[in-house]
Design a protein around this ligand. Sequence first.
Ligand SMILES: *[C@@H]1O[C@H](CO)[C@@H](O)[C@H](O)[C@H]1NC(C)=O
Ligand SMILES: *[C@@H]1O[C@H](CO)[C@@H](O)[C@H](O)[C@H]1NC(C)=O
Ligand SMILES: *[C@@H]1O[C@H](CO)[C@@H](O)[C@H](O)[C@H]1NC(C)=O
Length: 225
Amino acid sequence: MNIFRFFKMWIVVSFIKTNNIADCYVLYKSNNIYQVKNIVKINDMDKIIILCNIFLSKKPFYETPINSNIFNIYEVNNLSDELTLINLDEIKRKNMIIKLNDGQKIYVPILHSYSYLFLKTWIVLSFDDDNTVECVPNFWYKNNVCAWPNKTVINHTKMIERRFNPNNLEFDFIKARKLSKNIDTLSEARRKTKRAEETSELSSANDDKESKKIRHKNFNSRNVV
Ligand SMILES: *[C@@H]1O[C@H](CO)[C@@H](O)[C@H](O)[C@H]1NC(C)=O
Ligand SMILES: *[C@@H]1O[C@H](CO)[C@@H](O)[C@H](O)[C@H]1NC(C)=O
Ligand SMILES: *[C@@H]1O[C@H](CO)[C@@H](O)[C@H](O)[C@H]1NC(C)=O
């Protein structure tokens, strides 16, 4: 827990990630390149900000035959000591820097890079088709549809734990409703899933409606979208 001065007000933040991100570089919407130092969540707000250092110098790595800026490949230098706050939503790309022997740093974009690649959060959701509750990696859920390992998959728990990339062979894509997002750990997500189940069992006890169950317990009905 830490307190920061941000936009002329004091806020309380929690650190989400402190390790394994030192080699994480992002291209911001301003086209500046930053090295990520920490990812923080502003408490009581659904907001995530990134604490990072900016590269003060950035130029194309090559200019012929085409200026490498077009491909977002830059030579970067002079990493600032000062920490800056940037907004997760405004990161254009997550990228990496290849260090050359002479100390020159070359910034090369990773295609299809999304912030979820380094922000490993979890989401709890309820599937529309059978009203089951589950927690999955945050990036499994997009546009009200959640990827879910289908019957060909023997162990879906492993896929969730290892944050598999959903593919068209082993996953169904099912309409779902988000119950809770930006959960930092799987164990916390599992607690919330259990609570969501119990809450709905309580609230539906009176009117004899079906209660929410963990999805993997019933694999039957399914409306693939
Ligand atoms: C890095 O910063 C120093 C001091 O501001 C400057 O003299 C130097 O030219 C910069 N290096 C590059 C590669 O921009
Ligand atoms: C599925 O995977 C999880 C975690 O990797 C493991 O704990 C569990 O025993 C596996 N279940 C089966 C049926 O293999
Ligand atoms: C698994 O999902 C894929 C993609 O939706 C589908 O093509 C395949 O037939 C499914 N397999 C089973 C056994 O449901």
